[in-house]
Design a binder for this molecule. Structure first.
Ligand code: ADP
Ligand code: MG
Length: 245
């Protein structure tokens, strides 16, 4: 499937002839303007299969705009380059965006095909630590639990690319740390490419293989995270300690 967005072609890995390896995000010369301002101004970025990239940048720098383009939600991007991403794409937002009139399990499996959809939905809920809450209404859950449901809903679709726009920004510090541990475990198991927007430099370092910074409509810094034997949030020792508190 290929979609055409202005002068820019969005292609997916099923297409051949672009030279894009399967399971990779490839963006070249992406432009998005509002009025006479180019919020994205010839942006280039590649994310490998299974790679976890954190995206930093000051407020208004275009992080959400970039994610919307990658999610295929923006039909007004221009530029001469390429915009390709592995399918399917799942998106997690700061607010879980659950349908309040549907129970938790129904939110997770909404739109899923196949006779095993319910079973997969139950398994996904168990993976995020919500076994037994299938019949709860979203309003009965805490913010952190709602965000776990949102993660289950995303991962049950087996995304090639997971986009997350400040997913833990509204959570308290302890819940955020628990979510870091959970997200790392889920990503290690499912191996989607991840592009996670955050304001929090520590969150970026703890979670990501690579941190990129959006500046003036382009990638201003691109830094691999190489830490010896991390003792941060992501380590097994840290998780075990946290479970005892
Ligand atoms: P970030 O997520 O980095 O905070 P955004 O991508 O939301 O930034 O927005 C980048 C810039 O684009 C901002 O200046 C914002 O006002 C502008 N912008 C985003 N969406 C629209 C829109 N639909 N109409 C006009 N301007 C927009
Ligand atoms: Mg934003």
């Amino acid at each position: 499937m290929a979609t055409h967005t202005g002068g820019l072609t969005a292609e997916h890995p099923a297409d051949t002839g672009t030279g894009t390896a399967p399971g990779t995000v490839r963006i070249t010369d992406l432009v998005r303007s509002f009025g006479d301002r180019n919020v994205l101004d010839g942006l280039d970025l590649a994310v490998g299969a299974g790679e976890f990239v954190a995206l930093l940048g000051r407020s208004g720098s275009g992080k959400s705009t970039l994610l919307r383009a990658l999610a295929g939600l923006d039909h007004d991007v221009t530029g001469s380059g390429e915009l390709s991403s592995p399918e399917p794409v799942s998106v997690v937002f700061q607010d879980a965006r659950l349908l309040p009139w549907k129970r938790v399990l129904d939110n997770v499996v909404l739109g899923l095909d196949g006779p095993d959809a319910v079973g997969r939905g139950r398994a996904a809920l168990a993976e995020v630590g919500l076994a037994g809450r299938e019949k709860a209404w979203p309003v009965e859950l805490s913010g952190g639990e709602q965000q776990r449901v949102s993660l289950a809903r995303s991962l049950v679709r087996e995304p090639g690319l997971l986009l997350a726009d400040e997913p833990f920004g509204a959570l308290d510090a302890l819940t955020r740390i628990r979510m870091h541990v959970l997200l790392r475990r889920l990503c290690a198991r499912h191996r989607p490419a991840v592009l996670l927007v955050t304001h929090d430099v520590d969150e970026a370092i703890v979670l990501a293989d690579r941190v990129v910074v959006l500046d003036e409509g382009r990638i201003g810094a691109d830094i691999p995270v190489e830490l010896p034997a991390p003792r941060g949030h992501g380590s097994a020792e840290y998780a075990a300690l946290r479970e005892r508190l």
